[in-house]
Write a protein that binds this ligand. Sequence first.
Ligand SMILES: NC(=O)c1ccc[n+]([C@@H]2O[C@H](COP(=O)([O-])OP(=O)(O)OC[C@H]3O[C@@H](n4cnc5c(N)ncnc54)[C@H](OP(=O)(O)O)[C@@H]3O)[C@@H](O)[C@H]2O)c1
Length: 239
Amino acid sequence: MVNSFLIIGGYSHIARAIIDELVLTKQAEQIVAVSRGSRPADLNNIHWYQSDYSESSIAALISQFRDEGRHFSLVIICHGVLHDDTVQPEKRLEDLNADSLRHVFQINAITPLLWLKHLVPLLRQSALCKVAVFSARVGSIGDNHLGGWYSYRASKAALNMLLKSAAIEYARRAPNVKILAFHPGTTDTPLSRPFSKQVPEHKLFQPAFMVKQLLQILERLEPDGELSFLDWQGQRIDW
Ligand SMILES: NC(=O)c1ccc[n+]([C@@H]2O[C@H](COP(=O)([O-])OP(=O)(O)OC[C@H]3O[C@@H](n4cnc5c(N)ncnc54)[C@H](OP(=O)(O)O)[C@@H]3O)[C@@H](O)[C@H]2O)c1
C-alpha cells in the first residue's frame, strides 16, 4: 500500500501552491494530482491524471487508484468557478439565467460531491484521512450582508450542505475521515484578480502563505463526525 496525497483540480493556482508545498515536504512519489489539463512540464516527478470530471471518469480513476494499491491520508478538492468564458458574478437579479446557475452549481457543488461519493470505499481503508474542500465565506447565509453573486454564493452554500450530509454519513461508514469546508481568504489567483483591487494589500494572500495555513489547520483537526467550516486562521465561519 502506498500512502498518497490527492489534489483534485490541479490547474487551480491554489492547487499548484499545495503541490509545490507537498513536493518540498513529502516524497513526490506520494503526490497524486487530477486535472482536466495535461501534466505541466515542470511536474514530471508526481503522479498526474487527466479527467473530464464526468461521473464515469471519476469512478474509473478511483478504481485505478485502488488497483495501484493507493490509500490517501490527505485529499484536497479545489474545483471552483466565479467567472469564466460563460459566467460572471451577478450584480442583480436581471443578470441571472438558468444555464449559468447550472454551470456554477455543477463545478462548485456537484463535482466535489461526486468525488466524495466515489472515494468512500478507498478512504475508509486509510488509518486516518483529512479531506479539505474549498468553499468560501460568501457561501455563508448568516454572513451575507451584501447580496449579489447569486450563483457563486448559492453554489458554495449548497456545497456546504452537501458536505454536512456527507460528513454525517462518513462518520458512520468511514469514521477515520475528517472533512473540512475551507475559506482561504482572498488569495491572489485568476479567480479573485478582477475583484481584488478593493482588497487591502495585507488582506490579499499569496497562495503559498494560505497553503501553509491550510496544512497547519488540517494537522490539528481530528475525525469527530462533524463538518468544520473554517477560514485561513482556523476560525469558525457562521453557516
Ligand atoms: N482565490 C480566492 O480568493 C478564493 C476565495 C475563496 C474561495 N476560493 C476557492 O478556492 C478554490 C480554488 O480557487 P483558485 O483561486 O485556485 O481558482 P482557479 O485558479 O481559477 O482554479 C479553478 C479550479 O476549478 C476547476 N475548474 C474550473 N473549471 C471547471 C469545470 N468546468 N469543471 C470542473 N472543475 C473546474 C479547475 O480544475 P482543473 O485543474 O481541471 O482546471 C481548478 O481546480 C475554488 O473552489 C474557489 O472557489 C478562492
